[in-house]
Design a protein around this ligand. Structure first.
Ligand SMILES: [Cu+2]
Length: 299
């Protein structure tokens, strides 16, 4: 508990994951901008400036039963009496069309980006920098060989790692890192703690570690996919009754300030029962926590 507390003292807080609202304005015969690129969890608000409009999701004549079908996702009037409409976009890596049914030549699109990232590890001086890297499911690591550096390998597992497990040498990847093959990328699709090493230099300590964290919903301490009083009870048990630490500590940090304290279950209860602020992202959809802090989310 003391070790844990001191780790938390090192934490840094930030708010990179805040949801954004994007505005699109309806003029007499056009809307602007016609296309916006957003992140999952963001909202788009269509505002009336002039004219009368029938905002529909999809594309004119789009196939029935698909997101292209007119009005499949939203269908609203935008005019002087209904001057705005806001839609929350949760699904990632999709492009959603929209148009004005009063003026079907006016079409636009919302592109919802994927929330994965690419992280870089430099292969230099018989080491991988950083040696330990923490990412989330779906993220990619790019190992970059420093020019003029000798030949290395990026080999998953460790020498003598048990056959049939991810620790078996080369089970997931075994790639040369050299001037001829300076970049190697690997995308991690599931949570794991993966050691890796350089075949020629492991005896000189050339090893690395990838911690792939589980995606989670903020506030969902018990990881059952929904927020409830059980989540607050679990957090209180962990804080005050010496209950074993849950695997996904990030989920308990409702405020995303990098530490778990009484304010977190209190904020969760406030959200559930007194319509107070919702937990920080990732919420309500599952996602990564891009805030730099010492908390990890393991499955
Ligand atoms: Cu090496």
């Amino acid at each position: 508990m003391l070790v844990f507390a001191s780790l938390l003292m090192l934490s840094v807080s930030g708010d990179v994951a805040n949801a954004e609202d994007h505005a699109i304005n309806f003029f007499v015969s056009a809307f602007l901008p016609t296309s916006v690129i957003i992140e999952a969890g963001d909202t788009v608000t269509w505002n009336w400036v002039a004219g009368s409009h029938e905002l529909r999701s999809g594309i004119p004549g789009g196939a029935a039963g698909t997101p292209d079908e007119p009005g499949a996702i939203f269908s609203v009037t935008i005019d002087a009496t209904n001057p705005s409409y806001t839609h929350f976009f949760m699904e990632m890596s999709v492009i959603i069309g929209f148009f004005d049914a009063c003026n079907p030549a006016q079409i636009g699109s919302i592109t919802v980006l994927d929330d994965t990232l690419i992280f870089e590890v430099t292969v230099v001086d018989n080491s991988y920098i950083p040696q330990t890297i923490e990412i989330f499911e779906g993220d990619t690591i790019r190992w970059v060989h420093e020019p003029m550096e000798m030949l290395h390998t990026v080999t998953s597992g460790f020498p003598g790692g048990m056959p049939g497990t991810i620790e078996e040498p080369g089970a997931l990847f075994d790639e040369e890192s050299s001037d001829l093959n300076p970049i190697f990328e690997y995308t991690f699709d599931s949570a794991m703690d993966l050691p890796y090493f350089c075949i020629p230099h492991v005896q000189f300590g050339m090893i690395g570690d990838v911690v792939v964290q589980d995606r989670f919903v903020r506030g969902d301490s018990d990881r059952d996919g929904v927020l409830g009083i059980g989540d607050a009870i679990m957090s209180l048990g962990f804080l005050f009754q010496g209950v074993t630490a849950p695997n996904c500590l990030d989920a308990l940090d409702v405020s995303d300030d990098g530490s778990i304290d009484i304010a977190d279950p209190v904020a969760l209860l406030g959200y559930l029962f007194s319509s107070q602020a919702a937990p920080a992202a990732p919420f309500p959809a599952e996602g990564p926590d891009r805030t730099a802090d010492a908390l990890l989310c393991r499955p």
